[in-house]
Design a protein around this ligand. Sequence first.
Ligand code: PHE
Length: 395
Amino acid sequence: MKRHLSMLVVLFIAMALVVTGCQPAAPAGGGEPVAAGPGEAEPSGSEGEALKAKIGIVVPLSGDVKTFGESTRDAALMAFEEAEGIEIEYVIADSKCDAQEAFNAANKVISEDGVSFIIGEVCSSASLPISDLAEEFQVLQISPTSTSPAITVNEDGSTKEYVFRACFLDPFQGEVMAALANEMGATKAAVLYDVGNDYVKGLAEYSRDSFIEMGGEVAVYEAYTKDDTDFSGILGKVAAADVDVIFLPDYYPKVNLIAAQIQERGIEALLVGGDGWDSPELQLDLLDGGYFSNHYSPYEERDVVQNFVNTYREKYGATPDALAALAYDATRILIQSIKDANSTDPSVVKDAMAAISYEGISGVITYDEQHNPVKKAAVMKVEDGQVVFYKFVAP
Ligand code: PHE
């Protein structure tokens, strides 16, 4: 089996003692042991011993969509640093948003590094093989951002016991996109999608079905493949059909490419996409006037959101994107579940996770029976070279 190099970084957040319940805030990484105060309970079964968790961050750090992995990693590390009452040792592996690479990376962090928990992957098609390994090896996986329904359910419809996510699902996201086009007065649509990508193909179907249900017509429904770079054939059909909206449910590199060719041909239509647009590398000039569905808005005024945005900006010098927001949520959900369970045994922690109630950056998270959160979407608009908040949509 092809083994891929992973960056091995070990961090000890020096917290020698664990106390249950609330603790006074300690500076992240400050190295000060936290002592249990008088009358405070010690974790049962591990008198005075810290909870020690070994966590794998499995994300795309190279390849087409590396900004997804970078944001995810950076926010997860921030959450690790802020964690109190737990010692975290972590490993980072590059899974490239690819099914085979993700399988190899997850296999490596499980069997060589011995992690009990995995945060990742970002992309649905890469999270899927990891979920099979998670089930097989009883390693608890939480994907921050994989929105395809199949991630948490087996083919027979039963829930994968060890697999969770921190994001809403694509049937909802497709509906948000379709409703937006509908509200803007669009009646005739084109949907262009990568037939080999579970997330893109699924989101194309959901937005098409929703748009039709809302009374719209889908005049062009065209597939392409990952390696296609010339869209003139498809765009010829789009131009001939004279559509008023084009759904582009792909990740930002392909969206940039197709948008450039739409502009070159002088096709004028509303452009609508999903969370895959969210990247500092999205070419805003090509997508001006477009909308995309996303998971959070950095402009939301809730304290937890503003604290997160400010801390992240100070640390990394950039406004956190939705990948960062969801990675921060996923990591904190994992840490809270470990603490709630007072155990680092994934078979115990998974039950605590299933029962969690967590106020996150992306909303309040509780899990349904298929380990999916039910949450609002944030619609973002591309305007004058910026991504601005448009509105929230409740499920
Ligand atoms: N939802 C995408 C997928 O499942 C991943 C993604 C989430 C990308 C959020 C960007 C922002 O593949």
